[in-house]
Ligand binder design. Structure first.
Ligand SMILES: Cc1cc2nc3c(=O)[nH]c(=O)nc-3n(C[C@H](O)[C@H](O)[C@H](O)COP(=O)(O)O)c2cc1C
Length: 215
């Protein structure tokens, strides 16, 4: 057994205060995302846009990391294969949870809500902006299916290269975005002595109610 009882980090940061935090959680999210990018530039936070998304079917939750590709007051958008495990789970249950673990800056953001398909034109526009290798990989990989071997994947990639030789790679029908429309967003700022700040925003019609949670 590897016991990790002694492993701990002392957290600290500017207090998250009701008096200064914006009433709109997306404004606070934007500010924290900007701080995460600054931390990336300083070389301490490698993936500011990485978020963990949890889906749940038949009482069995599952999680995986995806990359945030846009955020607005509508919600958090990521792109994936609609036939993947997450895609098939989302077609059965649209309720999701999200987590941004910005550990080097002692921060965490959680959200819960529903995932909607993004409009087709938006998926196609984003797909067109991706590197060609990523576009070909979207055709080659039947995400979450079992592969007989590594060769099967490289052969599928080579087949996609041949298929689209000399032409631009279109967005596959089975590939596109989801937008997570949150009903709640919680911001966590680590503080000394484990007396962390937690501000919870709950959607209330067109506005948000805010409360402080015990750490
Ligand atoms: C840093 C990081 C970023 C990732 N970004 C994405 C992404 O944006 N979209 C995606 O489909 N998978 C992404 N993945 C892979 C997923 O975590 C996961 O392996 C894949 O989507 C299959 O998940 P599923 O079988 O639950 O559908 C990423 C993984 C990591 C570690």
């Amino acid at each position: 057994m590897q016991r990790l009882y002694g492993e701990r980090t002392e957290y600290k940061g500017e207090h998250l205060l009701e008096s200064t935090a914006p009433a709109d959680p997306f404004l606070l999210f934007d500010a924290w995302l900007a701080d995460a990018f600054i931390a990336k530039e300083r070389g301490v936070l490698p993936e500011p846009t990485a978020m963990v998304i949890a889906t749940c079917v038949d009482d069995q939750p599952s999680t995986r990391t995806v990359l945030l590709k846009s955020v607005s007051d509508e919600g958090f958008t990521f792109f994936t294969n609609y036939n993947s495990r997450k895609g098939s789970e989302l077609s059965r249950n649209r309720n999701v949870a999200l987590l941004f673990g910005w550990y080097p800056v002692h921060r965490q953001v959680r959200a819960e809500g529903t995932a909607e398909l993004v409009p087709r034109a938006e998926s196609e526009a984003y797909f067109a902006s991706r590197p060609r290798e990523s576009q070909l990989a979207a055709w080659a990989s039947e995400q979450s299916s079992t592969l007989a071997s590594l060769d099967e994947l490289s052969n599928a990639y080579a087949a996609a290269e041949r298929r689209f030789q000399g032409v631009s790679v279109p967005c596959p029908e089975h590939w596109g975005g989801y937008r997570v429309i949150p009903t709640m967003i919680e911001f966590w700022q680590g503080q000394p002595s484990r007396l962390h700040d937690r501000l919870l925003y709950r959607r209330a019609g067109l506005t948000w109610n805010r409360s402080r949670l015990a750490p």
